[in-house]
Design a protein around this ligand. Sequence first.
Ligand code: HMG
Ligand code: MG
Length: 335
Amino acid sequence: MSDLPAGLPMAVPAAGLPEAVRIHEVGARDGLQNEKTTVPTEVKAEFVHRLAAAGLGTIEATSFVHPKWVPQLADAAELMPLLADLTARDPALRLPVLVPNERGLDRALELGVTEVAVFGSATESFARANLNRTVDESLAMFAPVVARAKAAGARVRGYLSMCFGDPWEGPVPVAQVAAAARRLYELGCDELSLGDTIGVATPGHVTALLDELTGSPAGGTGTGTTGSPTNTVPVDRLAVHFHDTYGQALSNTLAALQKGVTVVDASAGGLGGCPYAKSATGNLATEDLVWMLHGLGIRTGVDLDRLSATSVWMAEHLGRPSPSRTVRALTHQEQ
Ligand code: HMG
Ligand code: MG
């Protein structure tokens, strides 16, 4: 679809970055969960099929939450069977789903789901708004979910929201976030995704949090900036999840890559937002991420033209253009 000469962006590697990044695509879940108009289940299924065809290997499909809390994803049980052909054809394809509690886990396991994500908060205000629980109560809710999911052979991701700022509480200290991250990780999560739910992070803040969490500030002693080596999580278990409210998501991603993170969450076309977080807007657009990564010579496995075409197709369904600069440039839309 693009008439750019082949070979652009030119791959010019930079020192200290990974050779490959695994993109955790959240468009079908985080991207759609805030849409007011119900997207038909068949359209969601086609969206996931198109994302897989564009080379995305991890595609978060939906959420098994209370249907009244997120009406857009109330069709999770109808959607999953429509995706079974994808994993039958490619067993390596990962289709994680969100589950907040044992009720959600039961619903997901009944449908053969093999990867789930619980979602906690670094702040009390968001734990209350998003889960109707305190931070302690939400961890108590997740503990049996993680244990039972692992016993069933499923992979478990833990999301931690409000890692950089909270719409009710303001700035969130890195030590508070690291302590919350460690508690979530200790439940047995295979991976921990650090969420900038309202998009307020800036690159130095990302570096500071990763230094705190990995216990290895650049040139430092390896004990973490608070001297609390217990609140650490190995960097190869971390992912980053940036919303792009203030246009910082790509810069923040680069800061995270420089600290050794190799799993990055993104949403096709920049769809997204959280219904329970004031001022949350779209996620980092997958196309913008892929453009930067390919420009840095970092492998993703993604076909950028196919992915952009998918986002244009979805934008037509939603009735508004994609906010992604890369989608607009590649598809000749007005900037
Ligand atoms: P609650 O009202 O406290 O629920 O909500 P409860 O445990 O008291 O149960 C009440 C009723 O709901 C019961 O039914 C349960 O069976 C039912 P009743 O006995 O009254 O008939 N129920 C369920 N039904 C279906 N599926 C379930 C389920 N659970 C209970 N899973 C709850 C607590 C956690 C359920 C609710 O708060 C909830 O669903 N919250 C989800 C909110 C959400 O999905 N937010 C968006 C995702 S998070 C996000 O976007 C951030 C992220 O992207 C990272 C970032 O950006 O930072 C991940
Ligand atoms: Mg999010």
